[in-house]
Design a protein around this ligand. Structure first.
Ligand code: PBG
Length: 329
């Protein structure tokens, strides 16, 4: 019973001895997924200017790069590819000897990392969109990507990744029916045990800017507003996530993370699947930029950001801070 004459003193639980005992949220290296960029156009590592500390690595160094990550305690990676050439369809996305396929083969052979692949076409199409263009889209800004013809390309890409040894696939194209098409493709090819982490609620966000430098995947014209979600919408995200659950998604991702923590929380409360949040390139770049000016403490703000994402309800976090954080833990 509280005595109404005595003041409540929450500060009692903030002394150094008791703070850790009552701490509600903990970050662990096993929650983290580190992005890896593999580039078929180079035979040397190339630093990514807008993401200090990150680089594109040639296929021959993909396994080394993953070993470095593993040494920090991070066990899972998500692989992105920059292909040697691009075309209208994005055919290098599902090529047996494509950049991701080759890198994944190397990584699985030489390390014990848990390997996830991003399944999308934007890095592979010469127009930079995430699928097959609607006829006339290059001239008419009201047109972009055709949904259904893109599904087949995404399913083929996912199957080719699984064939190369990917442990999990993560479709990020925001096409309707994408998870179902990929599940069917994987199952028919015998990859019934490969889970799908869906970029279920992926917003059309300006925070992807530095990634588009890193992976060379910016749209050559227009933007992605006709397939990625409107940042104004939260209820719609629940509908997107629900559909992915029905189609067989195993892990539900929200992206970006920090500007969308309400969505992370909503997904956590409404669904029992594991929830992932993608702390995207812009979230990483802005903390680096501010810390370079001595305006923010990089380590402290990175830690607080990731802790907040976890506190909001994420079980898994994809983050460019993975190695730095794991090293500190
Ligand atoms: C699409 C994809 C993107 C990101 C991950 N997968 C880019 C986009 O949708 O434009 C962004 C990740 C980041 O910003 O860190 N293949």
């Amino acid at each position: 019973m509280t005595d109404s004459h005595r003041p409540q003193r929450p500060r009692r639980l903030r002394t150094d001895g008791v703070r850790p005992l009552v701490s509600e949220t903990e970050l662990d290296a096993s929650d983290l997924i580190a992005p890896v960029f593999v580039d078929a156009t180079t035979d040397e590592r190339v630093p990514i200017e807008t993401m200090p500390g990150h680089e594109r690595v040639p296929v021959a160094e993909a396994a080394d790069r993953v070993r470095e990550i593993r040494e920090t305690g991070v066990e899972a990676v998500i692989v992105f590819g920059v292909p040697e050439s691009k075309d209208n369809e994005g055919a290098r996305a599902w090529a047996k000897d494509g950049v991701v396929q080759k890198a994944v083969r190397e990584i699985s052979r030489e390390t014990n990392a848990y390997v996830i692949t991003d399944v999308c076409l934007c890095e592979y199409t010469d127009h930079g969109h995430c699928g097959v263009l609607e006829p006339g889209a290059r001239e008419d800004p009201t047109l972009t990507v055709e949904n259904d013809p893109t599904l087949d390309a995404l399913a083929r890409t996912a199957v080719s990744h699984a064939e190369a040894g990917a442990n999990m696939v993560a479709p990020s194209a925001m096409m309707d029916g994408m998870v179902g098409a990929i599940r069917e493709g994987l199952d028919e090819a015998g990859h019934t045990e490969v889970p799908i982490m869906s970029y279920a609620a992926k917003y059309e966000s300006a925070f992807y800017g530095p990634f588009r430098d890193a992976a060379d995947g910016a749209p050559a014209f227009g933007d992605r507003r006709h397939y990625q979600m409107d940042p104004a919408n939260a209820r719609e995200a629940m509908r997107e996530v629900e559909l992915d659950v029905e189609e067989g998604a195993d892990v539900l991702m929200v992206k970006p993370a920090l500007p969308y923590l309400d969505i992370v929380r909503d997904v956590r409360e409404r669904f029992d699947h594991p929830v992932a949040a993608y702390n995207v390139s812009g979230e990483y770049a802005m903390l680096h930029a501010a810390s370079e000016q001595d305006w923010l403490d990089l380590e402290a703000t990175a830690y607080e950001s990731l802790l907040s994402i976890k506190r909001a309800g994420a079980d898994l976090i994809l983050t460019y801070f993975a190695e730095d954080l794991a090293e500190r833990l």
